[in-house]
Design a protein around this ligand. Structure first.
Ligand code: ATP
Ligand code: MG
Length: 333
């Protein structure tokens, strides 16, 4: 059975971008693969080190979100900081990556630019830990012999960086690490309500699985539509409209009607948004019910995390032994 490794940062609740871009696929894959899901609290601290309460709270919140979406209680969900081997591997891998290569990583570049736009700093605040997180992500993946990595498209440069590290490690120290491969869905990058190419927790453009009906209504009502459409019966271009985009994402059976009516001006944006709110509510209602159950039973959630972390720990110890043998630091064996 092949091994899948994937992860999520406990920086906020899950949004529909996570669900349709990644988590929905994890729910399917968990039945056929040895699945590890990492709650990446160490990675979350790289750019949230000054807010440990947020990270701590979201470890359980994200786990509840995952279980409410259909991740099974016996799938391995583990807490990154509790697996010390990951930090140890990161130290050894950091010798195999140059600083200029990290600065050239497109995901790192984009995230630094976003932080500059959001917080107005000039990039001097990029820390060693943040710049190095692709190295620690390579440790996450290889620690569990991850073969397939089902993640969104934003992660492509990070998987590429991991593959380079694996190649270099194996060529210097001998075949030790498993070469990972990214697994994308048909919707690998879900756009934000504002039309941004990525719906992101840090970007303020997301519909969360925890949003109330009121939140959903407010957000959809202000979603980006075709700015050339001024009056209700103006024809418009659905391809530039986020409302149409989410109708498609939720697999609205009337999608052709939505498209045609939009194009020929017989569908007003308000009516179209109301229909989307209804569909979104249909999608969110069963998730909200399961969420309520896990909120009322926190001991089940803690148990999932404890058992998952124990299982991950065993695998990590095995990998660490192999790695230590390869780099000849197994002194008294
Ligand atoms: P942060 O802003 O804290 O980085 P995030 O929204 O980018 O949060 P992550 O925890 O970094 O979320 O990502 C978790 C998983 O969800 C990854 O596999 C990532 O590729 C995927 N993902 C996140 N946002 C999207 C999106 N908009 N479309 C598709 N996949 C996404
Ligand atoms: Mg991210």
């Amino acid at each position: 059975m092949k091994t899948i490794l994937t992860g999520i940062r406990p920086t906020g609740n899950l949004h529909i971008g996570h669900y349709f871009g990644a988590v929905k696929n994890w729910c399917k894959l968990q039945n056929d693969y040895n699945t590890f899901i990492e709650i990446a609290d160490v990675q979350a601290l790289t750019d949230n080190f000054n807010d440990p309460d947020k990270v701590r709270k979201n470890v359980r919140e994200i786990t509840i979100d995952l279980l409410s979406c259909g991740i099974k209680e016996d799938t391995t969900i583990f807490i990154q900081s509790m697996i010390h081997e990951i930090a140890e591997l990161t130290v050894f891998y950091s010798n195999l990556v140059t600083i200029s290569r990290l600065y050239r990583n497109p995901t790192i570049k984009t995230e630094i630019r976003q932080k500059q736009e959001l917080f107005g700093n000039n990039g001097e605040s990029v820390t060693y830990g943040f710049l190095g997180y692709p190295v620690s992500q390579a440790a996450d993946i290889t620690c569990f012999n991850g073969e397939l990595i089902p993640v969104g498209e934003d992660q492509t440069p990070l998987i590429e960086q991991c593959r380079e590290i694996v190649k270099k490690f194996n060529s210097i120290y001998g075949e030790t690490l498993t070469m990972p491969e990214q697994l994308l869905t048909k919707t690998p990058r879900i756009k934000g309500l504002d039309g941004n190419e990525k719906m992101g927790k840090s970007l303020g453009n997301a519909i969360y699985l925890t949003d109330t009906t009121e939140d959903v209504t407010k957000k959809i009502m202000s979603a980006k539509t075709d700015t050339n459409k001024i009056k209700k019966d103006d024809p418009a271009n659905p391809e530039v409209c986020m409302v149409y985009y989410y109708h498609k994402l939720l697999e609205n059976k009337n999608i052709e009607t939505v498209c045609n009516e939009c194009k020929n001006g017989t569908r007003g944006c308000v009516a179209c948004k109301k229909e989307l709110i209804e569909k979104m509510e249909e999608f969110l209602t069963p998730i909200r019910e399961k969420r309520k159950y896990y909120k009322e039973n926190p001991e089940i959630v803690d148990n999932v995390l404890k058992e998952g972390t124990n299982k991950a720990k065993k695998q990590a110890e095995e990998t660490m032994n192999k790695v230590k043998n390869s780099i000849k630091i197994n002194y008294f064996e």
